[in-house]
Design a protein around this ligand. Structure first.
Ligand code: NAD
Length: 274
């Protein structure tokens, strides 16, 4: 196989959930640059319209569907729409997610001094688990149903380094949600491997997106995210594209059940230094 064939995604049909901004947008962009047909699923119609408009310039085949990944019937219909238009579904990025948000911030956007588990709003727990974990289950399930019919595919979930450690910054429900994603990916890889469906997770460290950008206004978080990493900096969003292309392409044909960290070496640092 030539180098070009190894990274060829030009015949692929892809879905990226949460692809209207941030990391998902970068996944959609690199797939489109590689010639894949890409459908972006996102809740935010304005961002979706803007991103689809920007990414579908030239010959790129990018379109979007407004869908909430926590809404199972709507998500199922959206998958069917893509299968009908593209004929098949080869690559699915289960990426949509939200931050720990108001569970640990005050309504004014300051850090909540009482933002600990005994004061956590239950509806906040439910929302973060639904959006960051259960939606990944919803997405993997539908992807597997479609891919089994066409002989295989690639499913890539966005986990986080939050799956690997705990801290007082990111928020109570976010950490177990991402740990759940890591384990769900391994379980799905075990179950789906014989169907030629490879399931992996990308575990990013700090990338400047809408999610992480909000937290960067806190001095202690900027310090944590930048100075704890071996590279001494946070990442540009475009730095996720190489790994995304690798996992979507023939180059990664023997990689499944992996939780691949891309964090500038942040998790290398012993907890006592943090
Ligand atoms: P982002 O806010 O830029 O993008 C998230 C996208 O998901 C948005 O377009 C949003 O509208 C969409 N979305 C949210 N809820 C949705 C829902 N219910 N249905 C459909 N779409 C929905 O943030 P991001 O940083 O690009 O986040 C993408 C993923 O990366 C998330 O799973 C996040 O937890 C993970 N992550 C991000 C970082 C980071 O530093 N940015 C680090 C680790 C993990």
């Amino acid at each position: 196989m030539s180098l070009q064939e190894m990274f060829d995604v030009s015949d692929r049909s892809a879905i990226v959930t949460g692809g209207a901004s941030g990391l998902g947008r970068a996944y959609a962009e690199v797939l489109a640059e590689g010639g894949a047909r890409v459908c972006i699923f996102d809740l935010n119609q304005d961002e979706l319209d803007r991103t689809v408009g920007e990414l579908s310039r030239g010959n790129a085949d990018v379109w979007g569907l407004q869908v909430d990944v926590t809404d199972r019937p709507a998500l199922s219909i959206a998958f069917d729409q893509v299968a009908e238009r593209h004929g098949r579904i080869d690559v699915v990025f289960a990426n949509a997610g939200i931050d720990a948000g108001p569970g640990f911030l005050t309504p004014d956007g300051d850090r909540n001094p009482d933002g600990e588990i005994d004061n956590l709003n239950d509806s906040h727990w439910d929302k973060v688990i639904a959006t960051n974990l259960t939606s990944v289950y919803n997405t993997i399930k539908l992807a597997a149903r479609h891919m089994k019919r066409t002989g295989g595919g690639r499913i890539i979930a966005t986990s986080s380094i939050a799956a690997l450690y705990n801290d007082g910054i990111v928020g109570t429900p976010y950490m177990p949600a991402k740990a759940g994603v890591a384990h769900l990916v391994r379980q799905a890889a075990m179950e789906l491997g014989r169907h030629n469906i490879l399931v992996n997770a990308i575990a990013p460290g700090p990338f400047i997106t809408n999610i992480a950008g909000g937290r960067m206004r806190f001095e202690e978080d900027r310090k944590a995210f930048s100075m704890w990493s071996a590279l001494g900096r946070v990442a540009e969003v475009s730095e996720i594209k190489g790994l995304a292309l690798y996992l979507a392409s023939p180059a990664s044909s023997y990689v499944t059940g992996s939780h691949i960290v891309i964090d500038g070496g942040l998790v290398l640092r012993p907890a006592e230094d943090a």
